[in-house]
Design a protein around this ligand. Structure first.
Ligand code: SF4
Length: 432
């Protein structure tokens, strides 16, 4: 499905919530409370005061000293990994990659696609996706494919599934998986299946859509066949189908591959698209932006062995952040914003044998045990009034213009760090 990736307008009185990749741009913060945000978003706006105070400790001379120390640690390292990135604006990500290129660092955003053995799904099977507004305005059938968006993208259903379609066409929903997602009703069904059945179910539905008669089923396949039949019948009756998926940990990558093929099979008969919900409340608000900029520069969202605009080697499941750290192939990690729990655990496993430079807002960094570690505080993304983000479906969200009023933003701190690293490298090379 082609769609023009557009920019969402943010009303002057509204704020953008940057807690999850939904990037709700309709939130209003008043003295009496936070309007329209979910509980996680409202709680984050409530914490802003203490975050600003923490970031302020990194200002002025203290910030200059910390940046000098960080530049010295980075330039003294044998090999650096730049990771995180999903909590930064596009401008901040771009600057972080300038840093990676200056020192020939490995780059990985810590996402699932670059750590799975088979590599990114889009490279193997293609993807038919759409903006979330297309689901809202066109899909008369929404299938929640072994996922519950309420847990990861809390307002997704409220904003894009619950509203009626413009033509008042009734929208039906099906949850296939363990979670019912919505209460049972005349327009919602739940096909109960364990996650382990997801690939078999996708293949059975794909066969039904393609009109291929399957062979006899084993007894333990009966439940999978029954669940698949519910979804296949609903697809046959629908005019436009949206399949909502998540991209979780999948060491091989067969799960996203099977749903990509299923969606492609449906498109031969009727409009259909996948809505892949990556990340979530714990995964960084600008995961789509980090993946997009890395792809523009290096051809992939991570697994980049050496940042080089002339062609950095892309090695999925080999140069992802966790494997590089666990194998001891990097001795310094530049953590831009929050790290995924897997990457955070890998850093912890290396204890004092790895240097760490964290660029993060007040409450994003956990306590670091004894190791060469430097923390550069910056303004919370939630409080930023400058920069651009990409929503999970690629739509641009502009926080505000110019960096002048945001000299403690992550992008500004990174720009200072790049300048200091380049100065250190120049000093080492000596006069030219
Ligand atoms: S759904 Fe996500 S972006 Fe929207 S208010 Fe909740 S946490 Fe914030």
């Amino acid at each position: 499905m082609t769609s023009s990736r557009s920019t969402a307008a943010v009303a002057p009185e509204s704020r953008v919530c940057t807690v999850c990749p939904l990037l709700c741009e309709d939130v209003v913060v008043t003295a009496g409370g936070v309007i329209r945000a979910c509980a996680a978003g409202a709680a984050a706006f409530g914490r802003l005061g203490s975050e600003a105070a923490t970031a302020a400790t990194g200002a002025g001379a203290a910030r200059d000293t910390a940046i000098d120390r960080a530049a010295a640690l980075i330039t003294a390292a044998r090999r650096v990994l730049v990771t995180g990135l999903a909590d930064a604006t596009l401008e901040g990500i771009t600057t972080a990659l300038d840093l990676a290129e200056a020192v020939g660092a490995a780059v990985d955003i810590g996402g699932s696609e670059t750590s799975q053995v088979s590599g990114p799904t889009i490279a193997r099977a293609g993807e038919v996706t759409a903006e979330w507004e297309e689901l809202r305005d066109r899909a008369d059938l929404v299938v929640f494919w072994f996922c519950d968006p309420s847990a990861t993208h809390p307002r997704f259903i409220e904003r894009f599934v619950t509203p009626p379609t413009p033509g008042k066409m009734p929208r039906r929903t099906i949850a296939i998986g363990v979670e019912p997602v919505l209460p049972a009703s005349s327009t919602h069904r739940h096909a109960v299946l364990p996650l382990a059945a997801a690939i078999d179910a996708a293949r059975l539905i794909e066969a039904a859509v393609a009109g291929i008669r399957g062979g006899p089923l084993r007894a333990d396949d009966e439940a999978i066949a029954a669940g698949a039949e519910v979804v296949a019948d609903a697809i046959a009756a629908a005019e436009c189908v949206a399949i909502v998926t998540t991209r979780g940990a999948d060491p091989i990558g067969l799960g996203p591959w099977s749903t990509a093929l299923l969606v492609r099979a449906i498109t031969h008969a009727k409009p259909a698209f996948e809505i892949p919900l990556a990340g979530g409340i714990d995964g960084g608000a600008n995961l789509a932006g980090a993946a997009a900029i890395c792809t523009w520069r290096y051809g992939a969202a991570g697994g980049i062995a050496r940042a080089d605009r002339g062609g950095g080697p892309f090695l999925p499941a080999e140069c992802d952040a966790v494997r590089l750290i666990d194998r001891g192939e990097v001795d310094c990690v530049v953590a831009v914003g929050r790290l995924s729990p897997f990457v955070e655990a890998a850093v912890a496993r290396r204890a004092a044998t790895i240097g760490l430079v964290r660029i993060a807002s007040g409450d994003a960094a956990s306590a670091d045990p004894a190791r060469p570690s430097i923390r550069l505080g910056c303004r919370s993304l939630l409080a930023s009034r400058s920069g651009t983000l990409l929503r999970g479906d690629g739509r641009r969200i502009v926080l505000g213009p110019g960096l002048a009023a945001d000299d403690d933003s992550m992008a500004a701190v990174l720009a200072d760090l790049v300048a200091r690293v380049q100065a250190c490298l120049q000093t080492r090379r000596g006069p030219t």
